[in-house]
Write a protein that binds this ligand. Structure first.
Ligand SMILES: [Fe+2]
Ligand SMILES: [Fe+2]
Length: 186
């Protein structure tokens, strides 16, 4: 389908129904982030500015992506540190992922600032110096990060977290979204 015929949103909304199984919810969020990467790459190469898509991507980077990192750093990763025995060597993986979160945030901030300028100038990202490269770097780093979380962290979480852990995790993710909704409505 041509870009002109697509109707936003391009990225499915987060599925609150999946929160009853928080690990499925993480997989679903990673699927949405893969879609984000595809769209960002597409936008980086486009010759024209897609206003609706740019607004959607900005919204995702400012809100959904931030919530997701908090879900991992404040809830999932600490729980795994408690539950995984030393032979899992999970600390090495989690430390690397934490460092990548910081690097990806830095790159996301550059992309956000660039896309805001693209909107203000009514020009495609390719017309702004360095923005195309930053967008392609962001998508590449993010895909690698997602692959590690999907192949190592989430399968191990499935083995190590107890049913009670999953209930607690689910409640924390839900509370974070309710607090976020409360702040937006305030
Ligand atoms: Fe992550
Ligand atoms: Fe993740």
């Amino acid at each position: 389908m041509s870009a002109a015929l697509r109707i936003p949103p391009q990225i499915e909304p987060a599925s609150a129904a999946l929160l009853s199984d928080p690990l499925d919810f993480f997989f679903a969020e990673h699927f949405r982030q893969r879609k984000l990467c595809n769209l960002i790459e597409e936008m980086a190469l486009a010759e024209t500015l897609d206003w609706a898509l740019t607004a959607e991507v900005l919204d995702f980077l400012r809100h959904d992506a931030v919530l997701h990192v908090r879900d991992e750093e404040e809830d999932l990763f600490p729980l795994m540190r408690e539950r995984c025995p030393p032979e899992d060597e999970i600390e090495r993986v989690l430390s690397a992922l934490n460092a990548e979160h910081a690097g990806d945030r830095h790159l996301a901030d550059i992309v956000i600032e660039g896309l805001e300028k693209a909107l203000a100038a009514a020009q495609p990202p390719s017309a702004l110096p360095g923005l195309r490269e930053a967008m392609i770097d962001f998508a590449r780093n993010e895909r690698r990060h997602l692959a590690l979380e999907n192949s190592v962290v989430l399968p191990l979480a499935r083995r190590r977290l107890s049913p009670d852990d999953l209930v607690r995790l689910s409640a924390n993710l839900l509370r974070r979204r309710q607090e976020g909704a409360g702040e937006e409505n305030a």
